[in-house]
Design a protein around this ligand. Structure first.
Ligand code: S3P
Length: 426
């Protein structure tokens, strides 16, 4: 696909519900006896995987223009074997494994080629320590024989992965005893916030997270999902780098465990401010951005969990900023939909960005002027595809981006949203 440069980006944009929140709300329906109504649920392919999985497992899913209703009458009727296709979605695979570890039945989780290469030992190890019956090597397929005798553990989450922490929390709700989870620099805390809102026995303090199980969830609940902050991030960077731009990103998630990219852009000199709404279960509000001259910056390990998914698009901002930018402590990027360090740096080099990779990050020496139409490959990674599209907006003749269908994984409306605010050069 050819993405052409733009003169400026102007207007107010809204986004479908945050993907991380949407997954969690859909999957928790498996543990609830009652109804969960969700407005502004994400419409992306990844969340469709979670929706399809809960439907397969007996939750009734009905949808109208505004909301999705998930009704679960209780799991006692579920027996037999289920094969669940998690597609490209790591969140579906990992959180579902945590839930199913404690549910009656036999489950086999499979995924697409990319998901089948991603590490699963990180969830298998703590879950097996909780007495779960899971057989797998480090990757999908995972086979689970649900157990009614899960037990509490004390777990040190060395990868710092929120998916791992969430899988253990969801299993701990079904385990006997008090599970404790500690980790070096905790990332997104959505599972904890959601369970607190559902009045489940979970405590968060300086030591980490404590869950007292087994805990039953019954009742009817309503959740409104703020706009996806990771989708909005592409537009925050685009409006910062394309001269003359001014955008307002309406009602997006502003949980500080996800807004690290805003703090980094501010440090780079971006004109970006947040205006918080009245928080209910998750903070949300508007983000206002005007284009500005950016400078180089460094990102270290302690900041990485709050911006892990935004590093590819921040790399684009760094490519246009004069000076040497450095990202370190981000080895986890190598375990995403692709090896995002390897593929990002190899494609940025093709457009002439002065950059190099390290084991745990990369360095970019800006600024870059992009004067030729080059073909870049998304490597079937949605966040790389959208980052390269943002880069094209600030080039002189555009870029050709291969394999853009993967954008539907997280943001099916990406190009429609771009057309809404981009004023093209003629
Ligand atoms: C996610 C957590 C992050 C993130 C992913 C979504 C989540 O992964 O990269 O896109 O919803 O919990 P890790 O938890 O593996 O860091």
């Amino acid at each position: 696909m050819q993405v052409i440069p733009t003169t400026r980006l102007i207007g107010e944009l809204s986004f479908a519900g945050d993907k991380s929140l949407s997954h969690r709300l859909v999957l928790i329906s498996l543990l609830n006896k009652g109804e969960i109504e969700i407005t502004n649920l994400s419409d992306c392919e990844d969340v469709q995987r979670s929706l399809h999985a809960v439907k397969q497992l007996g939750v009734s899913v009905s949808q109208n223009e505004h909301s999705v209703l998930l009704k679960n009458r209780g799991i006692s009727a579920r027996q037999g074997h289920y094969e669940i296709d998690c597609g490209n979605s790591g969140t579906t695979a990992r959180l579902l494994t945590g839930i199913l570890a404690g549910q009656p039945g036999f489950y086999r989780l499979v995924g697409d080629e990319s998901l089948s290469r991603r590490p699963m030992q990180r969830i298998i190890e703590p879950l097996v320590a909780m007495n779960a019956n899971i057989s797998a090597r480090d990757t999908l397929p995972i086979e689970i024989a649900g157990s009614r005798s899960l037990r509490a553990i004390n777990f040190h989450n060395v990868t710092g992965s929120a998916q791992v922490r969430s899988a253990v929390i969801l299993a701990a709700l079904q385990a006997f005893g008090e599970t404790g989870i500690a980790e070096p620099c905790p990332g997104r805390d959505h599972t904890e916030r959601m369970l607190t809102r559902l009045n489940l026995p979970l405590r968060v303090d300086n030591e980490g997270v404590t869950i007292k199980g087994p805990a039953a969830l019954t009742g009817n609940y309503h959740f409104a999902v703020p706009g996806d902050i990771s989708s909005a991030a592409f537009f925050a960077v685009a409006a910062s780098i394309v001269e003359g731009s001014e955008l307002t990103l309406k009602n997006v998630l502003l949980n500080s465990s996800r807004t690290g990219f805003i703090r980094v852009l501010q440090r780079m000199g971006a004109s970006i401010s947040t205006h918080a709404g009245t928080s209910t279960w998750e903070p949300y509000g508007d983000v206002h951005i005007k284009s500005a001259r950016l400078n180089a910056t460094s990102i270290a390990a302690d900041e990485v969990p709050s911006l892990i998914d935004e590093l590819p698009v921040l790399a684009v901002a760094m490519a246009f900023a004069p000076g040497k930018s450095r990202v370190s402590g981000a080895r986890e990027l190598r375990h995403k939909e692709t090896d995002r360090i390897r593929d990002l740096i190899s494609q940025l080099r093709l457009v002439g960005v002065d950059c190099q990779q390290f084991d745990d990050g990369f360095e970019i020496n800006g600024p870059t002027a992009i004067n030729r139409v080059i073909s870049l490959d998304s490597c079937n990674d949605h966040r790389l595809a959208m980052s390269f599209a943002v880069m094209a907006l600030n080039s002189s003749q555009g870029l050709n981006i291969k394999n853009t269908d993967c954008i539907n994984i997280s943001f099916p409306d990406f190009f429609a949203t771009l057309h809404r605010c981009a004023q093209q050069k003629n």
